[in-house]
Design a protein around this ligand. Structure first.
Ligand code: NAP
Length: 371
């Protein structure tokens, strides 16, 4: 069942590298789910640079602001001066402060663990990812070094570069509230705050304090949810020894980025890891992985991470039934193991022999949906 007669308008950014081919695969699956989507295709990244001379034309941001919902393939950030990560820019421009990255096991992947069900919340606008950086030898480094020294706070070497790590009460409150609200709405049992408060007292220490305050506010309305905290390094050890111990994680930006890749590894790799970036006005869904340029155009890549990102989008659009059907179809195709992409075959059998292409894998999911 789908939302009767409703067509959803969604901005679609196919992206670079493997982006266009996994986007085609995703579109075929979503179409087979029966949900009507009017895709407004926008180019960003290398394709946009070629066509317009800009990596992120203003029209892309306008389209997302207008439609409120976007689905995006991976974007390559050209290496070199003057190129800021497009993904970071999009998240900041649209104030998409909540990054949700689920890591959930599918039977039959051959991953090291079964039964993992972790949903990681990553703060998306602050921390070392805020993009406040000063180049070695710059006026910025010189002035900050002077202030630091004057205040007796330490010494910064002349040949250092600097990245600032802002963490605010405002930014922390809203990510912790988002994680708690999600836990309440989805019947989750535990929220674990990840931090390094023992070393960075004024940033991670503040983050931990504010997260605990928010947790205390929820204690009355949601006493069933346990809140605990772990230092990030020990959390990594625990995640690989006892992943079943974890439920919802809430992390500052940089640790969230790193720990979510670790979680993707627990369930079988980046080909299976979806994501959502949510703000108060707009939502942008995208896989965790990048543009994997060496696989571009070869019909090899796994489109599951993008399809699962679209499943998260369907839930956001209120298309719960279609979302569950697509999720189930993916689970069945992976469990049967007859038509799977190279990464899944490699994990399952230790060889890529007998694996299928991106298109064939998507067609197998479509066939399940049409049954
Ligand atoms: P990557 O594109 O994620 O690829 C790293 C490896 O992950 C691949 O070599 C492949 O491993 C595996 N992989 C990724 N996507 C896969 C898929 N769909 N199916 C199967 N395997 C997959 O990371 P990268 O090579 O470091 O980055 C390439 C470019 O992407 C860079 O320009 C980076 O800035 C950009 N990037 C963009 C985003 C984004 O748009 N959100 C995120 C991360 C990186 P095997 O070769 O072992 O199979």
């Amino acid at each position: 069942m789908t939302t009767a007669n409703k067509t959803h308008k969604v901005t679609l950014i196919p992206g670079d590298g493997i982006g266009p081919e996994i986007t085609e695969a995703m579109k075929s699956v979503i179409e087979a789910s029966g949900v009507s989507i009017d895709w407004e295709v926008q180019q960003a990244g290398e394709a946009a640079l070629e066509a317009t001379g800009e990596l992120l034309p203003e029209s892309v941001l306008e389209s997302i602001r207008r439609n409120k919902v976007a689905l995006k393939g991976p974007l390559t950030t050209p290496i070199g001066h003057g190129f800021r990560s497009l993904n970071v820019t999009l998240r900041k421009e649209l104030d998409l402060y909540t990054n949700i990255r689920p890591a959930q096991s599918f039977h039959g992947t051959g991953a090291r663990y079964d039964g993992v069900d972790i949903v990681l919340f990553r703060e998306n606008t602050e921390d070392l990812y805020a993009g406040i950086e000063f180049e070695k030898g710059s006026e910025g480094v010189r002035r900050i070094a002077e202030i630091v020294e004057e205040m007796g706070a330490g010494t910064i070497r002349e040949d250092a570069g600097l990245s600032l790590k802002p963490i605010s009460v405002f930014g922390t409150r809203r990510i912790m509230k988002a994680a708690m609200d999600y836990a309440v709405a989805n019947g989750r049992k535990k929220v674990t705050i990840i931090h390094k408060a023992n070393i960075m007292k004024h940033t991670d220490g503040l983050y931990l304090k504010v997260c605990r305050e928010v947790a205390a506010e929820y204690a009355e309305i949601a006493p069933e949810i346990e809140v605990d905290d772990l230092i990030v390094d020990f959390a990594c050890t625990r995640l690989v020894t006892n992943p079943e111990r974890f439920d919802v994680l809430v992390c500052p930006n940089l640790f969230g980025d790193i720990v979510s890749d670790l979680c993707a590894g627990l369930v079988g790799g980046l080909g299976l890891a979806p994501g959502a970036n949510i703000g108060d006005d707009c939502a942008l869904f995208e896989p965790v992985h990048g543009s994997a340029p060496s696989y571009a155009g070869q019909n090899l890549s796994n489109p599951t991470a993008l399809i699962l990102s679209a499943v998260m989008m369907l839930r956001h659009l209120g298309e719960q039934c279609a979302a569950e059907r697509v999720h189930k179809a993916i689970a069945e195709v992976i469990e049967e193991g007859k038509v799977i992409t190279y990464d899944l075959m490699r994990m399952r059998e230790g060889t890529t022999d007998g694996s299928s292409g991106t298109k064939e894998y998507a067609a197998a999911i479509v066939a399940k949906l049409q049954n």
